[in-house]
Design a protein around this ligand. Structure first.
Ligand SMILES: [Zn+2]
Length: 255
């Protein structure tokens, strides 16, 4: 699951960039249906028509018959939740100080990630009261921490013992509440991208990172020439090679 802060902008970007890669097409269609409902004022028939048009344009091998039930479902549920249009969350001075006091890089990234998630939860629902409902693996992936399941639990319980978080066991899921929010303190950091929260923390601590010139994701700067993340560099190299081949072919054919 990818956390999208601003759903309206996300959909607009996908629509305007035909080459953009959509990792999970069904999640995107569900969101697109909500966008069409809330932003374009469409209702059931109109939404289904647009979902179909999108698939015809963008999904090679699309078979309309396979998707009718799905479109029906997405169109029916489109009006249920408004779009989430969050531009970012604000972290305060006291919150940063609390995290720094951990004096452990991995725990700091974990605490920072949980803090950002709690704040985003509060933005989406003012009655959220600092709860985080993501799974452990989602949290650790955003925190940019690799650890065994045992280690994941252990690190969380360290934060719990320090009084930074609390648990609540519900029927099938584990929720956790972040206890160190200090909204009244001075604003110190603005976070508008949740893809690599752990790296956002490292960047704040002064480690060298760049934002990919194409997709904006944070990546470690291991050379001064680095401009792109791994995925975008591949596309960029393929594109340059294509241009070079074209030029070369044209030059040859002039003789
Ligand atoms: Zn990139």
């Amino acid at each position: 699951m990818k956390i999208i802060l601003n759903e309206r902008n996300y959909v607009t970007e996908i629509l305007s960039d035909k080459s953009s890669e959509i990792k999970k097409i069904s999640s995107f269609l569900r969101l697109y249906a909500r966008y069409l409902y809330h932003e374009k004022g469409l209702r059931k028939t109109g939404i289904k028509k647009e979902l179909d048009a999108f698939m015809r344009n963008r999904q090679p091998g699309y078979r309309p018959a396979d998707w009718q039930d799905t479109f029906e479902r997405y169109a029916a549920g489109a009006g249920k939740y408004p779009l989430c249009n969050c531009d970012g969350i604000r972290v305060t001075k006291k919150e940063l100080d609390t995290i720094q006091q951990l004096q452990n890089k991995v725990l700091e990234r974990l605490a920072f990630t949980l803090l950002c998630l709690a704040k985003f939860g509060n933005f989406k629902n003012p009655e959220n009261h600092n709860w985080v409902t993501c799974s452990n693996s989602e949290i650790y992936s955003m925190a940019c921490i690799t650890a065994s399941a045992f280690e994941k639990d252990r690190k969380l319980s360290v934060l719990k013992d320090l009084g930074l978080i609390a648990y609540a066991k519900k029927v099938n899921s584990l929720s956790l509440q972040v206890l160190f929010l200090e909204e009244e303190s001075a604003p110190a950091l603005w976070i508008s991208d949740f893809r690599k929260l752990g790296y956002e923390w490292n960047l704040y601590k002064g480690e060298p990172y760049i934002r990919c010139a194409s997709c904006g994701i944070l990546v470690k700067r291991d050379s001064n020439r680095k401009k792109y993340c791994k995925d975008c560099a591949k596309i960029s190299t393929a594109h340059s090679k294509f241009l070079w081949d074209m030029e070369h072919r044209n030059a040859k054919s002039e003789f």
